[in-house]
Design a protein around this ligand. Structure first.
Ligand code: NDP
Ligand code: BG6
Length: 528
């Protein structure tokens, strides 16, 4: 049986158990996750963190491996090997990453045993001798020459070429399987992304490549498929006849925090819109896949993207934050005040863009994507706004229904709807059907996106990873506008740190038919 076919039914086991607490999850999970078949090629797994000295490794990769280890979810015989240029020891890795582990004093013994499974090799990314030394080290681990190998590329894109080449030439397991996890950015435009894809696919097969978009690992993003395809109530309404617009939002309440140098090369469209928001849009817009098999799901996502014409300048509003002179601390600093940002940069830190999916289901429905830094709140959500009720008998008192899938923080699904005002009244009033996770699933520990995704790689499930043809289509949609903005040096609109972004964004949304009434008031039941 192929890898995918053997693994995906078991992934539903992960989903079934995420409502259990961490400790409840331990023990039962590993057996459900892995079968003998998974270990046919090799019993031992080696997870190699390339770029082990870096920020991502310290804040995300090592902590995630620790959580999986402490929950007993990694295959029993797993080793972790760090590789980077800095001359470090396991002790150094431990020192820099342990504060992100959220471990308690009760974990002391387990932490020691986790770090006993760790080792570190220092070397140069472009040097084959360094990779030969890495391979020798991998072989020297118990059963190392027969192990399955997972390579996590936590390195800047400038070294992807060398690293992927050197892994292929010197570090591949000849007995077990090999999987390579690649972090975004996957290129800067269609051409650079194609070049990178061609390079990587000349070295590895698609089923060995795991392109991470960590939004695909988030609870509520994964829930989109279940809400849509496991319920009868939404299906008949999920189309242009009933839905007026779809809004996909990403907001962060902080600016570049001194890391503007990196951000400035990319800007908000490449950083968030072209990947995180577009992936969510695909899950909202796609047709029902034939099955939950990875390629069936990804086939449907690609079909959606193929129906999306290139983004045009009249369908976008760009912003760049300026300091708020009466704000506190960082809020006083505008994007251009960050010393790591080039003077006079036109890089947008905010964007609202309208995309259309030109197929029978969605023709004419605006998909409004909004993302920005230094805004008034942290929020990621998907909002479907329904059309007006036809043949109104309530003298214009009805407000549009909305279905909101709140991705973060405070995961929730809620439907804004009209109900009879309770009591001696007969007029409609705005209310909601509210599935707030914190109320419905008390004491639930939702796994972090990286936990799910790294576990998926161990299990060989590619459903929540980006396939090369998806990537190509995503860049096709955004590359022309990105080039135009850069060539014509189009200046973004200023917006104040801590605001909702430029007012022109609301105007654009209104022009394509999104209606904001400003009358809805939610009463949090926890605060009643
Ligand atoms: P609102 O009607 O307040 O907002 C609807 C949308 O309008 C939002 O997307 C908002 O976007 C946008 N908007 C806000 N101000 C303007 C404006 N001046 N012009 C144009 N658009 C605007 O309803 P919400 O659904 O947002 O609910 C209100 C609050 O109640 C939220 O904080 C929500 O999370 C909370 N709530 C929570 C629930 C739960 O957790 N279970 C259930 C129901 C509600 P923008 O992001 O730009 O502000
Ligand atoms: C990353 C972006 O992909 O996502 C960052 O590069 C952004 O700029 C981050 O801050 C947001 O992730 P999350 O999970 O905190 O919403």
């Amino acid at each position: 049986m192929g890898i995918r076919a053997s693994v995906e039914p078991k992934m539903s086991a992960v989903q079934e158990h995420v409502h259990l607490s961490r400790s409840e999850v331990c023990g039962i999970m590993r057996e459900e996750l892995y079968s003998e078949e998974d270990f046919q090629q090799a019993q031992t797994h080696i997870f190699i963190v390339i770029g082990a000295s870096g920020d991502l490794a310290k804040k995300k990769i090592y902590p995630t491996l620790w959580w999986l280890y402490s929950d007993g979810l990694l295959p029993e015989d797993t080793y972790i090997v760090g590789f980077a240029r800095s001359k470090l020891s396991v002790q150094d890795i431990r020192k820099q990453s342990e504060s992100y582990f959220k471990a308690t004093t009760n974990d002391a013994e387990k932490l020691d045993s986790f770090f006993k499974r760790n080792s570190y090799v220092s070397g140069q990314y472009s040097d084959d001798a360094s990779f030969k030394a890495l391979n020798q080290h991998l072989q020297s681990l118990p059963n190392g020459s027969k192990a399955n190998r997972l390579f996590y590329l936590a390195v800047p894109p400038s070294v992807y070429h060398d690293v992927t080449r050197n892994i292929k030439l010197t570090c591949m397991s000849t007995v077990g399987w090999n999987r390579v996890i690649v972090e975004k950015p996957f290129g800067k435009d269609l051409e650079s992304s194609n070049k990178l894809s061609e390079h990587i696919s000349a070295l590895y097969q698609e089923n060995q490549i795991y392109r991470i978009d960590h939004y695909l690992g988030k609870e509520m993003v994964q829930n989109l498929m279940v809400l849509r395809f496991a319920n009868r109530i939404f299906g008949p309404l999920w189309n242009r006849d009933h839905i007026a617009s779809v809004v996909l939002t990403f907001k962060e309440p902080f600016g570049t925090q001194g890391r503007g140098g990196y951000f400035d090369e990319f800007g908000i469209i490449r950083d968030v819109m072209q990947n995180h928001l577009l992936q969510m849009m695909c899950l909202v817009a796609m047709e029902k896949p034939v099955s939950t098999n990875s390629d069936d799901v990804r086939d449907e996502k690609v079909k959606v993207l193929k129906c999306v014409p290139e983004l045009t300048l009249d369908n976008i509003v760009l912003g760049q934050y300026v300091g708020d002179s009466v704000g506190k601390g960082e809020a006083q600093m505008g994007y251009l005040d960050d010393p790591t940002v080039p003077k006079g940069s036109h890089t947008p830190t905010f964007a609202t863009a309208i995309l259309y999916v030109q197929n029978e289901r969605w023709d004419g429905v605006p998909f409004i994507m909004r993302c920005g830094k230094a805004l008034n709140e942290r929020k990621a959500e998907v909002r479907l706004q329904f059309r007006d009720v036809p043949g109104d008998i309530f003298q214009g008192q009805c407000k549009r229904n909305e279905l909101v899938i709140r991705v973060q923080p405070d995961e929730a699904v809620y439907t804004k709807m009209m109900t009879k005002k309770p009591g001696m009244f007969f007029n409609p009033e705005e209310s909601e059907l509210d599935l707030t996770y914190g109320n419905r699933y008390k004491d639930v520990k939702l796994p972090d996106a990286y936990e799910r995704l790294i576990l998926d790689v161990f299990c060989g499930s590619q459903m929540h990873f980006v396939r090369s043809d998806e990537l190509k289509e995503a860049w096709r949609i955004f590359t022309p506008i990105l080039h135009k903005l850069e060539k014509e040096k189009i200046k973004p609109l200023p917006y104040k740190y801590g605001s909702r972004g430029p007012a022109e964004s609301d105007v654009l949304m209104q022009n394509v038919g999104f209606r904001y009434e400003g009358t809805y008031k939610w009463v949090n039941p926890n605060k009643l």
